[in-house]
Design a protein around this ligand. Structure first.
Ligand SMILES: C[S@@+](CC[C@H](N)C(=O)[O-])C[C@H]1O[C@@H](n2cnc3c(N)ncnc32)[C@H](O)[C@@H]1O
Length: 367
């Protein structure tokens, strides 16, 4: 059985799972080859990181995803970059409060294909309420956390205070003295139990290969996001805690990249289907954003898919991916063909604002 059929057979892909990308585009782009005119490949998810990769000035970005709903997230963004200004884009996505999201949505979908337009018209009420970046299953999970549970544990003032800029030592003090209370620890253990994550956030099938407690993992990662990194610069943490963005927004949504991305939208080559389909085409690429897809595979399938990717890689191609809890790195059969870019990994891991992931991997193909 191939990896795609392995996962597609278990999980349900008929709705939006991720309405925005919960992987840090800044570290992704810093990890990929920096020369222009490369062919890059990206897992789509909500599309934001494929858009971010356009800032690297590639010849093209091939974007793949098994899920039509995830591809629809990218197509909405393409319409929005073309039809809206950057401040309007932020309103549509939910980064900023808005009283005109319905009208912004209408403009963003006016020129896109009719199937995608209908798909988004169906989501209109939710887009108006939460922003287009808030309508996925994963974001709904955070919304329940934020609106129903977080108020039982922390006051609004404490939540706001997380995002006040302060030196690292003060951040540790804030975490120890004001944030990490017994109520908070209880909430983490309940909410991030495997049962709840499977029910409300991630499909239970995705935990088949994961070891350890999700709550312990989350507690470690919160220290990374709240102390080691600066929370005032972290759009991912801000959205989880407040359901919108503050001054910091994900890299492809920032004003300084908006026109560059808009001017290069034609370089996206979108393909609904498995990553393996790109590979079978005989195309070769120089950089792969593989999200955290390997985590969802059994070790054997992982090794098989890894080999397939190398067959579609040019010399010096980089494979970039995250792990949340399952450990995935170059399988033994391919170690002599790959160089792990450890220094880059360490440098970028320290900056990774998307704090769910325990590992960030950059491997270079020797060809
Ligand atoms: C692996 S999930 C992880 C999402 C991510 N953590 C985020 O923040 O958005 C990302 C996407 O990968 C897609 N996917 C998983 N395996 C795939 C494969 N073999 N080929 C293409 N897409 C795949 C899923 O449909 C999903 O939309």
């Amino acid at each position: 059985m191939t990896q795609s059929s392995e996962i597609a057979g278990k999980a349900n892909f008929d709705h939006i799972r991720y309405a925005q990308l919960w992987e840090d585009a800044d570290v992704l782009c810093a990890a990929l080859p920096q020369d222009p005119d490369k062919t890059l490949v990206s897992i789509c998810s909500a599309g934001d990181n494929a858009l971010a990769m356009l800032t690297l000035d590639p010849a093209r970005v091939v974007v793949v995803d098994l899920s039509p709903a995830q591809i629809a997230c990218l197509r909405l963004r393409i319409g929005a970059y073309r039809a809206l200004s950057q401040p309007e884009f932020l309103e549509l996505m939910g980064s900023r409060p808005s009283t005109r999201r319905g009208a912004l949505l209408d403009r963003a979908i006016a020129e896109i294909d009719s199937e995608t337009r209908l798909f988004w018209q169906d989501q209109r009420d939710d887009v108006i309420a939460y922003g287009a970046g808030g309508v996925g299953k994963f974001e709904r999970y955070f919304r329940i956390f934020r609106t129903k549970l977080l108020p039982l544990v922390h006051s609004r003032k404490t939540i706001d205070d997380i995002f006040v800029p302060r030196p690292k030592a003060e951040r540790q003090k804030f975490l120890d003295q004001r944030f990490n209370t017994w109520r908070w620890r209880l909430l983490l253990n309940l909410f991030f139990s495997r049962f709840m994550m499977g029910r409300m956030g991630r499909d239970k099938a995705f935990f088949d290969h994961v070891q350890g407690s999700v709550a312990q993992h989350v507690a470690r990662r919160i220290k990374h996001a709240a102390v080691d990194c600066d929370p005032s610069q972290n759009p991912y943490l801000y959205w989880i805690m407040k359901g919108k963005h503050g001054d910091a927004v994900p890299m492809p949504w920032r004003a300084e990249h908006y026109t560059t991305i808009r001017d290069r939208l034609d370089r996206l080559d979108i393909r609904q289907g498995a990553l393996e389909a790109f590979i079978d085409d005989g195309d070769k690429a120089d950089g792969f954003n593989l999200s955290d897809i390997f985590e969802y595979m059994s070790p054997n399938i992982f090794a098989q898919v890894y080999g397939q990717i190398l067959s579609a890689a040019n010399p010096k191609a980089r494979l970039v991916y995250w792990n949340m809890m399952a450990q995935r790195r170059v399988p033994p059969a391919f170690t002599d063909q790959m160089t792990t870019l450890t220094e880059n990994e360490i440098r970028l891991k320290a900056k990774d604002k998307a704090f769910f992931y325990s590992d960030f991997v950059i491997e270079e193909f020797q060809g």
